[in-house]
Design a binder for this molecule. Structure first.
Ligand code: SF4
Length: 424
């Protein structure tokens, strides 16, 4: 089948960096990519910056894959290879420090680290945006002509907020944490679509060597899908990834939005897939996200009918998963959660609530703030919320904190602030 959209499935059993480099090098040469003297920006996802690579294997883009790409580019004479990521839990510097990228790219010529939270941003007025009058603070270097090739390297996984994490979702890491929280409600898919309209990657190399099934971003089950899915059209690659995991791309609103704008295909039959036989052999059905908050019989949930699924409830489910899946669901027993609008909780029930066992989450539920620990925001800042849950409620520290290196967290913040002062 001949199509203007071509996606290549490259079988890859594990994270063997030299092997990855060789295979991608062959792909670049065969498809006429010329990187000599070019500047390239690689955007992986280091959303969960921890030193435990096994725990993060289905969450982050694997650093060996990033190193394999960088080596293939360097061997082909790329002048500048920027590995770029933004702030996640802590600064971008902290993320780079924790995921171990520096060690694996050591010695590869022309590799530099690009901490997006320290780079200049430019206000972009999105043309015909999905969110009216949408202005996005976007990394200047991606729109000022200084990057010849933008390579997106997402991890394939399920996502509580956006259904899937693929290349369109990977763009979210290009903007600041503050901007990411701005439309983190029912408008999230439109927000992602608008970001994607600014600049699409020139190449997508999806980390589907080990993929993540379930309630991502963090609580996913590793599944060996053993391939890299590569192509130059973000929708064609994302739709092929959806096909691999049995997800209907028409159910993913941001993919649907972009297909309607003519960015790419939404139907797998419109894509020419090299090595389709291998894809068919590996095809599987990932379970969908479980977004219910009622994860334990003795956890009381007051959830307003008018609540945005990609906002507060999804954040809350991610905290519940963090406790339940790591410490056992029993730890949540006796807690109460109040979230969403238009709740009519009887006064009698409210009087019984124990303040430190009650989470009142998000501005929609503000009227109940005196009955529990209140998390302000629409939605609240997720990092601050994790600290607050750990310190103000009766729950113990959120389990992810055990992976934090506090000295590194602090020192990277100091360097980060210093760099930002120098920038202005
Ligand atoms: S405060 Fe309300 S509108 Fe805002 S994210 Fe939370 S549930 Fe959605």
């Amino acid at each position: 089948m001949i199509s203007k959209y071509q996606v290549t499935v490259i079988p890859q059993e594990d994270y063997n960096s030299p092997e990855i480099s060789e295979k991608l090098g062959e792909y670049f040469d065969k498809n006429g990519y010329l990187f000599e003297e070019k500047s390239v920006l690689i955007k992986p996802s280091f959303v969960f910056p921890i030193g435990d690579s096994q725990k993060a294997i289905a969450i982050n883009t694997h650093v060996n894959l990033v190193a394999g790409i960088a080596k293939a580019l360097s061997d082909r004479g790329a002048r500048k290879i920027l590995i770029a990521e933004n702030r996640t839990m802590g600064t971008a510097r902290y993320a780079f420090n924790r995921v171990g990228i520096k060690k694996v790219v050591k010695g590869i010529r022309n590799v530099k680290f690009c901490y997006l939270d320290e780079k200049k941003r430019k206000n972009i007025f999105v043309k015909e945006p999905f969110i009216s009058n949408h202005v996005i603070k976007y990394p200047k270097l991606l729109v000022d002509g200084s990057i010849d090739y933008f390579i997106s390297v997402p991890k394939l996984k399920g996502n509580l907020y956006t259904d899937v994490t693929l290349s369109v979702k990977n763009n979210f890491g290009l903007i600041s944490k503050k901007e990411r929280l701005k439309y983190h409600d029912d408008r999230l898919h439109d927000h992602l679509s608008d970001i994607a309209l600014i600049r699409q990657p020139d190449l997508i190399i999806t980390d589907t060597i080990i993929s993540g099934e379930g309630n991502g971003p963090a609580e996913v089950k590793p599944i060996k899908t053993q391939m890299m899915i590569v192509g130059d059209n973000c929708l064609a690659v994302d739709v092929t990834c959806c096909y691999l995991i049995g997800k209907d791309p028409k159910e993913v609103q941001h993919l649907k939005n972009l297909a309607e704008r003519g960015i790419g295909p939404l139907n797998i039959n419109d894509i020419e897939i090299v090595n389709r036989d291998y894809l068919e052999v590996k095809k599987c059905n990932f379970v969908d996200q479980d977004r219910s908050l009622k994860v334990h019989p003795s956890l009381t949930i007051y959830q307003g009918k008018e609540v945005c699924i990609s906002g507060c409830p999804a954040f809350l489910r991610s905290y519940l998963d963090a406790y339940g899946k790591n410490l056992g669901w029993e730890i949540l027993s006796g807690m109460t959660i109040i979230v969403g609008k238009d709740l009519n909780i009887p006064e009698k029930e409210l009087e019984k609530l124990e303040k430190r066992k009650t989470i009142v989450y998000g501005d929609c539920a503000e009227q109940y703030k005196k009955y529990g620990v209140f998390f302000k925001g629409c939605p609240p800042d997720y990092v601050k919320a994790m600290f607050k849950i750990s310190t103000r409620t009766t729950l113990p520290n959120i389990p992810y904190f055990k992976y934090m290196s506090y000295p590194k967290y602090l020192t990277t913040w100091i360097v980060h602030l210093f760099q930002r002062i120098l920038r202005f």
